[in-house]
Design a protein around this ligand. Structure first.
Ligand SMILES: Nc1ncnc2c1ncn2[C@@H]1O[C@H](COP(=O)(O)OP(=O)(O)O)[C@@H](O)[C@H]1O
Ligand SMILES: [Mg+2]
Length: 388
């Protein structure tokens, strides 16, 4: 079966698309990534997504309109992927579309007097199905929340299928806007997989770069700016006192915490330590790497022998992050995911192709050990393609 997976993460930089050929059923699932591509969001739309993801005011009408507009963009991304891969859309059996998260509250909080958890991904699947003629599964997270889980992370199911190894302990690290890890002990059973968000990945770096370049640059390509900064160990020590790092997993975070409010905190710390712009970008970059190392030391390496750290997401292209990880994790091989056949930018989109395939076959694809759900859930909702 040919399946397209689509994903846009917390960076809201654009839509990643992966084409996969999948057959069989776990534990004998055969998956092959056939191609991947990425489509940028128009700047005005990205700005609006970031604004509402920071929980600024928006009307229900605007949310509804945005949901359909983002659906059109995802549909366009699917069609341009088909052109790029030179494949007729009618040969593709299924799309799995994660959509764009604009709100995620995985843990219950009091809302109108009652404990409530919820999540909202936009990018209307009915639009995608209608425009592409391909049945589309979206809204993967609510089914897990409905069973008391946090609705995240969902990629660990794919990590388990793709990376589990009989002899090697592995950690899969995705560096999107936020950094998250999936821990796969050697010869792991599904119940032994655990996963959580370690803290920021590119979110702080991107925000600093956009600020200091007045929006001319969106991110620190190949760590060029960070490499020109000085190291300020005292500033780094202050950053590493971040209370999020000490929270015991399962835990997840996002723009609500590492967004604008955190940026203000960075500026305050920067002034206190007399940091120049590039010094601050460097500190945020090293902090990103060391917050992952801190999570591994605190919650993983004491109990589990790890041989390899497999890195994906846009942050895997940041040489300073990778160098810091390698230096701080002696005895662990740090590998970009492309070394195992999955390009860094394709990994999460590929995962949603896999999750859609499982849903299509009515099989659960959450890992309760990762999300905290009471049990297995069949994820997502299906929007059928119009009859031909
Ligand atoms: N060459 C590069 N050098 C440094 N950082 C990069 C590079 N390419 C991508 N990135 C970072 O990766 C981010 C996008 O990563 P991505 O995995 O798409 O995150 P998300 O899942 O949150 O959308 C960009 O915003 C940027 O910070
Ligand atoms: Mg992205």
């Amino acid at each position: 079966m040919l399946v397209l997976g689509m994903m846009s993460g917390t960076s809201a930089d654009g839509i990643d698309v992966a084409l996969a050929r999948i057959s069989g059923a776990p534990p004998n699932l055969n998956v092959k990534l056939l191609g991947h591509t990425s489509v940028k969001f128009p700047p005005a739309l990205r700005k609006e997504i970031l604004r509402i993801a920071e929980q600024h005011a928006i009307t229900a009408g605007a949310v509804s309109q945005l949901n359909f507009r983002v659906g059109e963009l995802f549909a366009g991304a699917a069609m341009s992927a088909c052109r790029k891969f030179r494949i007729a859309s009618k040969k593709i059996a299924l799309i799995g579309s994660h959509g764009q998260t604009i709100f995620h509250q995985g843990k219950c909080v009091t809302f109108l007097g009652r404990p409530t958890a919820s999540t909202l991904q936009i990018g209307e699947p009915a639009i995608i199905a209608a425009r592409t003629g391909i049945s589309t599964i979206g809204d993967f997270r609510p089914a897990d929340i409905a069973l008391g889980g946090q609705g995240a992370p969902l990629v660990p199911y794919a990590d388990y299928l793709l990376y589990r190894h009989p002899k090697l302990g592995r950690v899969s690290l995705n560096l999107g806007g936020i950094a998250n890890i999936t821990v796969l002990p050697a010869a792991a059973k599904p119940q032994q997989v655990f996963a959580f968000d370690t803290g920021p990945a590119n979110m702080l770096i991107d925000a600093l770069v956009a600020h200091f370049t007045r929006g001319r640059q969106r991110f620190d390509e190949n760590a060029r700016l960070a490499s020109q900064g000085r190291s300020l160990p005292a500033l780094l020590d202050d950053l590493l006192r971040d209370p999020y790092l000490k929270l015991v997993p399962p835990k997840s975070t996002g723009r609500e915490y590492y967004g604008h409010a955190y940026l203000k905190k960075l500026f305050t710390l920067g002034r206190r330590h007399r940091a120049k712009p590039n010094d601050l970008i460097r500190a945020a970059t090293i902090f990103t790497a060391l917050s992952v190392v801190d999570a591994l030391n605190r919650f993983v390496l004491r109990k589990t022998k790890i041989h390899q750290l497999i890195v994906s997401g846009g942050g895997a292209r940041n040489p300073l992050i990778l160098a810091q990880l390698s230096a701080a994790l002696p005895g662990i091989e740090v590998l970009p995911s492309s070394r195992l056949g999955i390009p860094e930018d394709a990994k999460e989109a590929f995962a949603f192709a896999l999750l859609a395939y499982e849903t299509y076959h009515q099989r659960p694809a959450n890992l309760p050990s990762a999300t905290g759900a009471r049990g297995p859930a069949i994820l997502g909702k299906i929007s059928y393609a119009p009859p031909r």
